[in-house]
Ligand binder design. Structure first.
Ligand code: IMP
Length: 426
């Protein structure tokens, strides 16, 4: 396995948690490399449901290291709460490692997230309000506070003394009732630091040593390709590099170490937040898929917008991530429909378009072009999971073959239900 990267091929929520968990079984290290607690994974473990936002899902596997890499933005309060709630439920968190170089989400970042969304009006991304964007802005602007700063009181205070007055002035300028006190934030973050200290290490050194010793490392992407800050539907994206290349920057492991990149593709498309969505399904059919697929945000509880699978998005993802394999999820959700469609391109002013435009405002004017497939009946999915891929309904297999042909990426896994064993290999 060596180093495998798992990436959402769409707008996030493709069911990465379950596939990651499946791969985690064969890995020694499970690494988050970007994003923060805007992500949410629901994992079923020993018939209990766990919702994780920051801790890599590999934490449930005994003896495996769960790593939060330097590219992640960490809200220490949330991380501490997550560790404590796992411990309360008897999940051992001693194998959790936090990068000393990760940037920290500060109280002003959460407030700025709300303010910026308000100021952006129709350009707002519909963020998760966790302070992700402002934290990455400060990182790039070099105003960031990093994990290591929590252990250098002089440096931490010095940095807070520079940044907090700026933030206070900003909020004052917009007549916002928010203000932060250097000493208060300093004390609070020093306390967080004490609680997290036993987890803090140089994760790049640890991961490279592990790879040199032949251990298997799994990189667990959060969000999805089309939310990537460079390649996504900017400005309705998140603020990190969600694509496979982000695994290198966000962990300090070089690109030659990556041996495979698995793209996770939901059998249809879902989207939280605002922005154009060409293959969106509104009305009863959309409502049916949303309900059947349980399409409500893990982090925010918001209903997700749903639509048909979009091949323009998917071939784009295959290109920018260099996928070596695909995992198709939620295939069971489409069962029972007479007809299933795939968007193969867009039509605009009489021309057919097969590439995602850089000016994504154009997407509002594009009409989706569909290929239609005969649907498949509801099945006993447990029985199919036992029998394997060949037992899938013929029409479903045709649907999958089409995806494979058009993306030129082999399908490796098909998930047909939420449970860990409801996955078939191809
Ligand atoms: P932010 O990451 O909170 O700044 O939100 C920016 C955009 O990314 C919004 O459209 C969010 O709905 C979306 N987003 C962030 N995290 C996730 C996720 O884990 N799944 C799906 N969408 C997400």
């Amino acid at each position: 396995m060596a180093a495998t990267v798992i990436i959402g091929a769409q707008w996030g929520d493709e069911g990465k948690g379950k596939i990651t968990d499946y791969y985690a079984e064969r890995s020694d290290y499970i690494v988050r490399f970007q994003g923060g607690n805007n992500a949410g994974h629901t994992i079923k473990y020993q018939d209990e449901e766990f919702k994780l936002h920051l801790v890599p899902s590999g934490i449930f596997r005994e003896g495996k290291k769960a790593v939060i890499g330097n590219g992640v933005v960490v809200d220490p309060k949330v991380l501490i709460e997550e560790i404590e709630s796992l411990e309360e439920r008897d999940i051992d968190t001693s194998d959790l490692i936090l990068s000393d170089r990760a940037n920290l989400i500060m109280p002003y970042h959460r407030a700025e997230d709300l303010l910026e969304e308000k100021l952006k009006g129709d350009l707002k991304a519909g963020t998760t309000k966790k302070g992700i964007g402002p934290c990455y802005s400060d990182k790039v602007g070099r105003f960031g506070i990093r994990v290591i700063d929590l252990y250098n009181p002089k440096s931490l205070r010095n940095k807070l003394e520079k940044v907090i007055p700026m933030k206070n002035k900003l909020f004052d300028a917009y007549d916002e009732d928010e203000e932060w006190d250097v000493e208060e934030v300093f004390q609070k973050y020093r306390d967080y630091g004490k609680k997290l200290e036993k987890h803090v290490e140089d994760t790049s050194v640890i991961l490279n040593e592990a790879l040199n010793q032949g251990e298997d490392v799994l990189f667990e992407g959060a969000q999805g390709t089309h939310l990537d800050i460079d390649h996504g539907v900017y400005p309705y994206t998140t603020s990190s590099n969600t694509i496979a290349g982000g695994a290198c920057c966000g962990s300090g492991v070089g690109p030659r170490e990556i041996s495979s990149v698995l793209g996770i593709v939901k059998a249809y498309t879902s989207r939280v937040g605002t922005g154009p969505f060409p293959a969106e399904l509104e009305g009863d059919l959309g409502e049916h898929i949303r309900e059947k697929g349980g399409e409500y945000g893990t982090t925010t509880g918001r209903p997700r917008r749903v639509g048909w699978l979009d091949l323009v998005m998917l071939t784009f993802s295959a290109r920018v991530n260099s996928f070596s394999g695909l995992a198709i999820t939620n295939l069971d959700v489409l069962a029972g429909l007479d007809e299933v469609k795939i968007c193969t391109g867009y039509r605009y002013e009489g021309k057919e378009i097969r590439e995602f435009p850089a000016d994504i405002e154009k997407l509002y004017d594009f009409d989706p072009v569909y290929e239609s497939f005969e649907g498949w009946e509801e099945q006993d999915w447990d029985e199919i999971a036992e029998k394997g891929y060949e037992a899938l309904p013929e029409n479903a297999k045709e649907y999958l073959d089409y995806i494979e042909r058009k993306t030129e990426v082999p399908i490796k896994h098909v998930s047909i239900g939420p449970k860990r064993d409801q996955t078939v290999e191809k």
